[in-house]
Structure formats: C-alpha cells, structure tokens
Design a protein. Structure first.
Length: 421
C-alpha cells in the first residue's frame, strides 16, 4: 500500500492517529528500523544505550531485510492500525510523503537548538525538511553512506596483479586474472535492490551530469541515448563474473564471501565496511576500498534518518522524541555510530581522527563532490525518486539481469518506467 493511501485507510477504519489517550511523554520509545546485521546492530545499539542512560525505555522494533522493504510493510500496518511507533527509519522522498499525510510531528525545537541548518550539507538539510528549503524539520539524519564503493579482497587483488581498477577496462582485466587464478571474481547478492545498486553504479560511471539527467531528472533523451545503451551492455558483461548461486542471497552474505576469501570483489555501499570491521579485518591489509571504476570524482549518497510519528493524543513531539532527535545529531553519537556502521558522520565538523582510511577517503571525496557538483542521491537506496518510480525502474533492471532480454528492449522499458506516477 502506498503512503498516499494510508490516510484513506485510516479514515475508513476510524483509526486516525491521535484518537486515544496520550501515553506518558518520554517514558517509552518504540523504534522501527531494519538494522539487523552485525555492524548495523552494534551501531543502533549505541543509540539504544544513550537513550536508556537518559531515562527512556527503548522498545526495539527491528524488521530484517536489506533496504527496508519488510520494515515499510510493517510500518504501514502499524499506522493503519492506529498504533504507529515513536520513530521509524524513513529517508529521502518518503519523508515528504509521510509528512504530507499529517501523521508526523516536527522536531524544529531540536533542530534549531543545535543549528542543523549550519551543521548539515544543504542537500541533506532540505531532505530533512521534507524537501522544502527552510521548511519544518521532520527527520533526524544519522550518517552518510557512499554507495559507489568497490570492495576487494587484498589477497585476491595481489594474485591479480595488485592494481586497483579505475576504469572498466582495468576492472575486467582484474576480474579475468582472478578467474584464471581460481578465484570467484564478484560476490553478488540476488535481490532486486542489489541489482539496482550495481546498475546505478554503472550509470554514475558515465559521469555525474549524465547521472543527474537520467536518475534525478528522468530525462527521456538521456534514458534512451547511446550512453544508457553502454550502461546496460556493461552491466551484462559484469554479470559474466557472478557465481551461479547468487539468487536470493543477502548483501551481507556476499560481503562474507569477500571477507572469507571465497570471492574477490563486491559492489556495495560502505555499510559493507561495518561487516569487515566486525570480522576484525583491516583496510589496506585484508581488503581494499575503492570508488566504483569511473566514479572517483562522484559520490552517490545514502542518508539514513528517523521520522517521528504523532503519539496517540499528541500533536507535538514528546520530550522523548525530541531527546532522540538531539541525540542522533550529537557529535559524540555521530562519531560512534559511524565507526560501527561503516559510514561517515552527516554532521559537518565531526572529527575523523578515529576513522580508518576508507572513511577518511569517503569524507575527503564527499567534500570534493559537494564543491564540484558530483554529490548525487542514490536511486537504489531511496534518495532520488518516489517508491513508485524507483520500484518501476528496479523491475526493469532486475528483469534485464535475470533474463536474456536485449539492451534495446530494456531501454524501451526503462523509458516507460520513468513515466510512472
């Protein structure tokens, strides 16, 4: 069920949010999220501990499933039942969709007291305000993940000549050498969002201006032009280096293949680094992190955030909700959360001294991309388009990657998917 249909369902069942007596503010916080893997679980555990120390009771509502599809289904059911959580993991355009349904509370007092406008990149600040510059704040951001990363097993890379690929020709040379050495070149999961992540990486390799026209603007000429044909052809060639058992595989299991010397490389955002850290693997020693070939001057961002729902009988944020928002954006939490999660702090000015070389490179590349116009929202991770549009494009990419469909046919389907309302 789409967000825009939720209010109609609420009205039909008589279960409008705020219909019953208020719960004591600040005493109990039910938090819905999908951070359940090793590194993710440790990261959200920091927030739970911080809130518990402040005297609040944390009710964990964790729903497993990469990219949060199952969590969103659970959330919609809770809201329709008139029993929304105190906070939920929502990001990108979905923040606006939920805010437009009048089921969220603003957290302006928390944001203004900590001067979020000054302490967030402008692109992120606008998203937290439900897409309106200088609008009300409805979401608190955790961290920034860079999506366009390539993780490489260091031992496998050494067997393949030791050169980190910076373009697709070099990448395929490395993959061929790994294959010749008896190493599975690419660990790839078998879920639609993972297919879209790879496709998005290849789109970005054509340049940030091309990415913006194709992914953000949904420009028809760009979506059907020769560069997009090159994108699909490149994806098809990359597929030739997958193993036959990828169907249904979770992303962290693919990461484990690289960690455990079962595969050479993985395309995945830097949340994968949390899995390496959890396995006591060191960057530069056990693995290498590098931008996806052809994307060193660009940065696809994925920013996780919490929105805050109206408690029953309340029209304003409770003390507990405001405390949660403030804690999320505090420098100390921003640092510790990202150290576990594999991300970098979204709050500007947080020290990077404790972070590893991969994170420091991510931060440096982010600052470069912000200044150069290469800082772009991830489609695969809910930052660039509505669920409807992203879902339609995902279907196109997944069909292409799981069939013998031609590039020409995929291009036609892509153009139609971009027109989804």
């Amino acid at each position: 069920m789409k967000v825009r249909a939720i209010m109609a369902a609420l009205a039909a069942t008589g279960l409008m949010v705020g219909a019953s007596a208020a719960q004591a503010a600040g005493e109990s916080l039910e938090v819905l999220h999908w951070w359940t893997s090793g590194g993710e679980s440790k990261a959200i555990g920091v927030l739970k501990d911080d809130m518990t120390k402040q005297g609040y009771t944390w009710k964990d509502f964790a729903v497993a499933g990469g990219a949060g599809a199952a969590a969103m289904t659970a959330l919609r059911s809770q809201v329709i039942a008139g029993n929304p959580p105190s906070a939920a993991q929502i990001k990108g355009p979905l923040i606006k969709e939920w805010a437009d349904q009048d089921v969220l509370v603003d957290i302006n007092s928390a944001a203004k007291s900590e001067n979020w406008q000054k302490n967030l990149p402008p692109e992120i600040d606008t998203i937290m305000r439900a897409g309106k510059k200088d609008g009300d704040y409805y979401a608190a951001p955790f961290s920034v993940h860079r999506v366009n990363w390539l993780y490489i097993n260091k031992a496998a890379l050494d067997k393949a000549g030791g050169k980190v690929p910076t373009n697709w020709d070099e990448f395929f040379t490395v993959a061929d050498k790994m294959k010749a050495a008896g190493i599975m070149p690419i660990a790839m999961g078998g879920q639609p969002w993972q297919d879209l992540t790879l496709w998005e990486d290849v789109v970005l390799s054509q340049g940030a201006p091309f990415y913006k026209k194709a992914i953000v603007d949904l420009d028809q000429a760009t979506l059907t032009g020769p560069q997009m044909h090159k994108v699909f052809d490149t994806v098809r060639k990359i597929q030739g280096y997958f193993d036959a058992g990828r169907n249904g595989r979770d992303w962290n299991l693919a990461t484990a293949m690289v960690i455990n010397n079962k595969a050479g490389m993985q395309f995945m955002g830097d949340w994968a680094k949390g899995e390496f850290a959890n396995a006591n693997k060191k960057p530069g020693v056990d693995y290498v992190c590098a931008p996806v070939p052809g994307t060193d001057k660009a940065y696809t961002f994925n920013v996780d955030s919490f929105v805050f729902f109206k408690e029953k009988g309340q029209d304003k944020a409770t003390p507990g909700q405001l405390a949660l928002a403030k804690t999320i954006m505090s420098p100390a939490f921003q640092e510790q959360f990202s150290l576990y999660k594999g991300s970098i702090p979204v709050r500007l000015g947080v020290s990077m001294a404790k972070f590893d070389d991969c994170a420091k490179k991510s931060y440096a590349d982010e600052q470069t991309a912000l200044k150069a116009g290469g800082y772009v929202p991830s489609l695969a991770h809910g930052m660039a388009q509505s669920d409807a549009v992203a879902g339609a494009i995902t279907d196109v990419v997944t069909k292409f990657m799981n069939s013998n469909e031609s590039t020409d046919d995929a291009i036609k389907a892509l153009a139609n998917a971009a027109k989804t309302k």
